[in-house]
Design a protein around this ligand. Structure first.
Ligand code: CP
Ligand code: NVA
Length: 328
């Protein structure tokens, strides 16, 4: 599929259903090659910049390992390492990086930053998460659903929790493009922005946004949640706990789906126990031992979260290979 060559991936809407499905097939093929030790160095000799304004485990590691497996050199440029946005404009940084690197990954706050990098660098730019979208996450989610359920069309995916964050936006639009039945279940003040619902509705007539758990989860194939407080909005803890406590994914909710084979997904990191210092701080302040998902569900047979995390690497590898690789 040479149509992807040279293109950026800033949001799901940048690619058609056919292109997204092609990337999933390519990811499955590259996953197979990796498992069998078959080389796939489609990016031999290339240099990739990895820009991170926010912290990351999965995205950073997935891009790094994907680059290395593909034969490219990844260069990590963290917050505080370069002049971006402080001593130098995004436009000038983009122009410089584009003269040296063959492609740029960006994770950060404003979506317009990644758009500006794509506009001015002259090389493919991949969004590793902004406040608005998390498209490489969606690809991993879709691959995981395909592996466990066998197909995507009409799969009933219910996203429960903060319906306005990057992951919710991405699932709503990305899932709709590939013909899934996506339902956002959230208190009304956390429903997706009108423009996001509009984009999803342009791709699908199955879009549902509701505050009713009962209505949303009946017959669900996938229950998905994410943190109640995303990176950059740490001041919103008290208000989110108040709003979202009824939307915690627990065994009661899993039972309410009426589907014994329902799978549970979470982009991670997840707050499901007190095993982190962060968790302990929240416990001391708000008395919560678990937030968006109970430990019981997180560790249950329904949970495929670590397959999902692994798939970040295979799907990101597919995006890099398709947009920048020598695939012939
Ligand atoms: N899911 C995800 O993007 O994880 P990181 O924040 O660890 O990259
Ligand atoms: N919504 C979360 C996703 C983390 C991968 C955040 O933006 O912090």
């Amino acid at each position: 599929n040479s149509s992807l060559k040279g293109r950026s991936f800033l949001a799901e809407i940048d690619f058609t259903e056919e292109e997204l499905l092609y990337l999933l097939d390519l990811a499955a093929d590259l996953k197979e090659k990796k498992k069998n030790g078959i080389p796939h160095r489609y990016l031999e000799g290339k240099n990739i910049a990895l820009l991170f304004e926010k912290t990351s485990t999965r995205t950073r590691c997935a891009f790094t390992v994907a680059c290395t497996d593909l034969g490219a050199h990844p260069e990590y440029l963290g917050k505080g390492d370069i002049q971006l946005g402080k001593k130098e404009s995004v436009e000038d940084t983009a122009k410089v990086l584009g003269r040296m690197f063959d492609g740029i990954e960006f994770r950060g706050f404003a979506h317009k930053t990644v758009e500006s990098l794509a506009e001015h660098s002259g090389v493919p730019v991949w969004n590793g998460l902004t406040d608005m979208w998390h498209p490489t996450q969606t690809l991993a989610d879709l691959l995981t659903i395909q592996e466990h359920i066998g197909h995507l069309r009409n799969v009933k995916l219910v996203y429960v929790g903060d319906g306005r964050n990057n992951v919710a936006n991405s699932l709503l639009v990305g899932g709709s493009i590939v013909g899934m039945d996506v339902r956002i279940c959230a208190p009304q003040s956390l429903w997706p922005a009108q423009e996001v619902i509009y984009l999803a509705k342009k791709c699908s007539d199955q879009v549902m946004v509701t505050s009713s758990i009962e209505e949303a989860v009946a017959g669900a194939d996938v229950i998905y949640t994410d943190v109640w407080v995303s990176m950059g909005e740490e001041d919103k803890f008290a208000e989110r706990i108040e709003l979202l406590s009824p939307y915690q994914v627990n065994m009661q909710m899993i039972k309410e789906t009426g589907n014994k084979d329902v799978i549970f997904l979470h982009c991670l990191p997840a707050f499901h126990d007190l095993e982190t210092t962060y968790g302990k701080e929240i416990y001391e302040k708000y008395g919560l031992r678990e937030m968006e998902v109970t430990d019981e569900v997180f560790r249950s047979k329904h949970s495929k979260v670590f397959d999902q995390a692994e798939n970040r690497m295979h799907t990101i590898k597919a995006v890099l290979a398709a947009t920048l690789g020598n695939m012939e």
